[in-house]
Design a protein around this ligand. Structure first.
Ligand code: ADP
Ligand code: MG
Length: 256
């Protein structure tokens, strides 16, 4: 659709760390409002790919576009020019990022954690930002914790605050890098439930996770990476129920 936001196009992306190829000609389309789950063994390049989508890593070859805009670059004629830091920061606010370890500011309350970025980057007034933050806390079921400190919350609650914080910038895309890996098993469900409800909201989601049940149920597209390459890609039925690549089969045998 013409007004759909959050289309990400990744074309031939290669990224080296020294002589190590962390991403090897990765190409991938993320449709607006879709949910993509990335699976793969440790070290296969999943985090590097998310970081490249957020321009936290500069890629060596290829390019990434969000709704036609080059991430970190601007096209002039047939050449790409790197954006200035401020423009990169502005672009980055279109992409929310939720990390394994929540990364809340420990010296700010729950509410202050959420309103900081919208005041700085979206020029919301403090009352506007507070109103929006309280709505988002309602969405993740934590309005009653608005004045708490992060250390007073469980891991699952902290991660739900981190998701509310990402949503506060009204991003087109949210990237989740193993959002439940640091949680006690009984807290995983509450975070997956929030992500599941976001999947209905029209924002494009990319989720790196080993939660196969979640992937099977929520993903429109599942991507399996090994050694910086996408070796298998398709819907849940194709990738989880009938994996073709031996590495996918071995991985699934270990996590299922
Ligand atoms: P995954 O998230 O799938 O576990 P990563 O994207 O973190 O994998 O890492 C892919 C590969 O790149 C690994 O071999 C890792 O050691 C390497 N790597 C990641 N980040 C860096 C870095 N900043 N410097 C050097 N090597 C890195
Ligand atoms: Mg990782």
């Amino acid at each position: 659709a013409a007004n759909a936001r959050g289309h990400i196009s990744i074309t031939g992306v290669t990224k080296y760390f020294g002589r190590h190829k962390a991403l090897d000609e990765v190409s991938l389309e993320l449709e607006p409002g879709s949910v993509t789950v990335i699976l793969g063994p440790s070290g296969s390049g999943k985090s590097t790919l998310l970081r490249a989508i957020n321009h936290l890593e500069r890629v060596d070859e290829g390019f990434i576009q969000i709704d036609g805009d080059y991430i970190g670059y601007q096209r002039r004629g047939d050449r790409l020019y790197e954006l200035k830091e401020k423009a990169i920061l502005r672009q980055r606010t279109e992409v929310g990022y939720v990390f394994q370890n929540f990364n809340l500011f420990p010296h700010l309350t729950v509410l202050e954690n959420i309103i900081e970025a919208p005041i700085v980057h979206k020029k919301l007034t403090r009352p506007q930002a507070i109103e929006r933050a309280l709505e988002l806390l309602d969405t993740v079921g934590l309005r009653h914790k608005a004045d708490a400190w992060p250390r007073q919350l469980s891991g699952g609650q902290q991660q739900r605050v981190a998701i509310a914080r990402a949503l506060a910038l009204n991003p087109r895309v949210i990237l989740f890098d193993e959002p439940t890996s640091a949680l006690d098993p009984e807290l995983v469900g509450e975070v997956l439930d929030v992500i599941r409800s976001l999947a209905q909201s029209g924002v494009t989601l990319v989720v790196v996770t080993h939660e196969i049940g979640f992937a099977r149920e929520v993903a429109d597209q599942i991507v399996f990476m090994v050694d910086g390459k996408i070796v298998e890609q398709g819907n849940a039925r194709q990738v989880i129920s009938a994996p073709q690549h031996p590495r996918t089969r071995r991985f699934l045998a270990n996590v299922l």
